[in-house]
Design a protein around this ligand. Sequence first.
Ligand code: PMP
Ligand code: GLU
Length: 418
Amino acid sequence: MGIKWTLIKIFLDLFFRNNFMSKLSNRVNAISESQTIAMARKSRELKAKGVDIISLSLGEPDFATPQIIKEAAKKAIDDNFSYYTHVSGYIELREAICKKFKRDNNLDYSPDEIVVSTGAKQSIANAVLCLVNDGDEVIVPAPYWVSYLEILKLAGGKPVIINTEIESDYKLSADQLKKAITSKTKLIMISTPCNPTGSVYSQQELKELAKVVAEYPDLYILSDEIYEHINFIGGHQSFAQFDFIKDRVITINGVSKGFAMTGWRGGIMAAPKWIAQACDKMQGQFTSATCSITQKAMHKAMELDYETYIKPMTDEFLKRRNLVLELMKDIKGLKTNVPEGAFYVYPEVSYYFGKQYNNFIIKNATDLSLYLLDEAHVALVPGAAFGEDNYIRFSYATNESILKEALKRMKKALDQLV
Ligand code: PMP
Ligand code: GLU
């Protein structure tokens, strides 16, 4: 198709979109489309046109949802479990979630501190919209997950980005955190294991951050632990384990990643009762509750034996991570940390800036992603979506032969940049 034509198409799309923007609310105009979803959409469109695209853009497990979960959902349909439930999720499900928090994380929660939602994304939106007022500052360590900033914009919050470095495995330090806090800081948004870097905070690292938070009684933490089960070093650590700040921690979890249930849309929030009640009120006006059948499936997921059902998937992700890191050694300009969780690699790619192929000059990681899409037919997400356009993110939640082919194509395309 040619990279110039791709750029013309992007320009035309923007032109037509701008035409309608004045008719839309300022609220929606202020936010960007999710870049992960946009890339996935572009790959689907190209695939539909017959282009042999390998999409490593969207982070979702390629595994099927475990059969036992599917059976629970089928039974729910046959049992006519098809009515509105409690907005926060039916009580036995929330009890099962409390048991999960006790069993896996040694956290004590009661069902009225749990809100089940239509995906971790909604749980995050609920919490942010319930806590953040116009002008409140929210600390977000970068690289951050794509949707944090856009959700913050919807709430009128002011993101305070703290850049982290490869040398510290992209983790936020207590010192950095302390320096960023002002009298207006309301919330910190953080993920462990982290999307996009795969970094996993240790208990000690979290404790250092928690001690800083403890000094500021009006500061809250949104701890996004959706990748809890995809952790290659074991022993997931939750922020809420520190009793001295637990009443200010909002824990986000869900079934999308660990249980291969992205399309079911099941999210979990555990938080102090007053925050849970506010999110219940918010959700009651937006979605009423997530799907009743999904809730039954989530209920089964909460009870599954980790070793039998979850660990085999995590083991497979680890094999794939090792494969990808090994193959990347042959590609000169990709500089990465060793991700200890989630299923992404996030290499720094500035080595390629200023290089060109067929008169297309790579100026940033967005150009590089466009080039790889066009030349290698591999779809990735540019780092701009996560805070810095010197990186590309690709997901390795796909099988080994596809990964080998993708890396082979990327190497060929990258090697021809001069
Ligand atoms: N948080 C992070 C860090 C994620 O990567 C994702 C990706 N889906 C989500 C939240 C949202 O997950 P869900 O599918 O449950 O909405
Ligand atoms: N969380 C995944 C990702 O980062 C899925 C996409 C999304 O929810 O935006 O790719």
